[in-house]
Ligand binder design. Structure first.
Ligand SMILES: *Cc1c(COP(=O)(O)O)cnc(C)c1O
Length: 385
């Protein structure tokens, strides 16, 4: 058996060879879009703080009040003594906003997906996931022990074939999709997915991490459709457009009540700090009160795709696919030299040979930032631009 350090060293070398070694870089976020790295100020197109709420004075003020009145931490799991009063307020608000009976807040989006999936399906069940769903949905599926099937991205025919082939073979079937695909920025065809799930007696979980606050007047990707789609389970995060931290799922009363007793990531993990819940509530207030702020990230993403002749943005996420990891890393470095922070996304986060620059747009960006960025990319002649 190799010694632990030797094993880790060999793995590091292999990752380095494949250009897949990852190193967090210390970065100070000064505003919604300005960050400081290695002493240089950069305009970030890599944050998921779509509405600039992480630095919004009302959000900060709410957090401060929560901190002063209720302390720095929750002290225990929600099921012990950590269920501070704002949980109920926030869950009621989220359910109302998303048009469901109830909601449950989790420690993070990742923990939400682990908990939801593991509580709802097990070894006698099937999970059918889009090829491009977020890693934490797959981790939840693996943890559940259910048989996992994948269907090609947004391909309803392939999904239906899997449903037909496996009809009656499993006790329950759970379909997993992202409302907005986090590395591609496109949407799941939710109305059709809801119909398919109904027709084959399956349940549908839509991960709306990148929809809440920016699509459907802020209510998320389900509301990007008319009439709105109604997946059985609409999960999301408080850590992107809401600018704070935490995850949630909106569903019917019985489903939410069951999850509160069965989701292990909720039961066996400390509750969120009260200040975080308070800031999430302040963020929701802003989202409900300021439709122009909510509409702006997608508007700016569209300005960018128009300037570069790319397919029209459907969300605040725009990929520019460059191919291999080294090319994407080099492009990211060149943009950094010009004052822009744009992350290179490499496998295994995205499929092999689709390494890319991933741009995210914030309400706090200015039109001329977008113009400068687009003309720089055009001058470099990258990708399909
Ligand atoms: C970010 C993200 C998550 C995880 O949410 P966190 O709150 O950051 O843990 C889950 N799903 C998708 C699609 C995401 O983009």
């Amino acid at each position: 058996m190799p010694a632990l350090d030797a094993y880790a060293r060999a793995r590091l070398e292999a990752l380095e060879r494949e250009r897949l070694l990852r190193r967090p870089v210390t970065t100070v976020r000064q505003t919604g879009t300005k960050v400081v790295r290695d002493g240089r100020t950069l305009i970030s197109f890599s944050c998921n703080d779509y509405l600039g709420l992480t630095h919004h004075p009302k959000v900060i003020e709410a957090a401060k009040r929560g901190l002063e009145e209720q302390g720095a931490g929750a002290g225990a799991s929600r099921l012990v003594t950590g269920n501070s009063p704002n949980y109920e307020v926030l869950e009621t608000r989220l359910a109302r906003f998303k048009g469901t009976e109830a909601a449950c807040v989790f420690g993070s989006g990742y923990l939400a997906n682990l908990g939801i999936i593991q509580a709802l399906v097990s070894r006698r069940d099937a999970v059918i996931a889009d090829k491009l769903v977020h890693a934490c949905l797959l981790d939840g599926a693996r943890l559940s022990g259910a048989r996992v099937f994948r269907f090609s991205h947004n391909d309803l025919n392939v999904l239906e074939n899997i449903l037909i082939k496996n009809k009656n073979k499993y006790e329950k079937t759970l379909i997993l999709v992202d409302g907005v695909y986090s590395m591609d920025g496109d949407l799941a065809p939710l109305p059709e997915l809801v119909s398919l799930a109904r027709a084959y007696d399956a349940w549908l979980l839509s991960d709306d991490a990148h929809g809440l606050g920016v699509l459907g007047r802020g209510r998320g990707s389900s509301y990007a459709f008319d009439p709105p789609a109604k997946p059985d389970l609409q999960m999301g995060t408080l850590s992107k457009a809401l600018g704070t931290y935490g995850g949630y799922v909106c569903a019917s009363n019985p489903v939410i009540n069951y999850l509160k007793s069965a989701a292990r990531s909720l039961i066996y993990s400390t509750a969120l700090p009260p200040s975080v819940l308070a800031s999430a509530l302040a963020a929701l207030d802003i989202i409900e009160a300021e439709p122009d702020r909510v509409a702006r990230p997608v508007k700016l993403a569209r300005q960018f795709t128009t300037l570069l002749g790319l397919p029209e943005a459907r969300s605040p996420i725009v990929p520019l696919i460059l191919g291999d990891a080294e090319t994407a890393l080099a492009a990211s470095r060149e943009l950094e030299e010009e004052g822009f922070l744009v992350s290179a996304i490499r496998p295994p986060t995205v499929p092999p040979n689709t390494a890319r620059l991933r741009f995210t747009f914030s309400a706090e960006h200015e039109e001329n930032d977008i113009e400068r960025l687009a003309s720089l990319i055009r001058a470099k002649g990258w990708g399909n631009a």
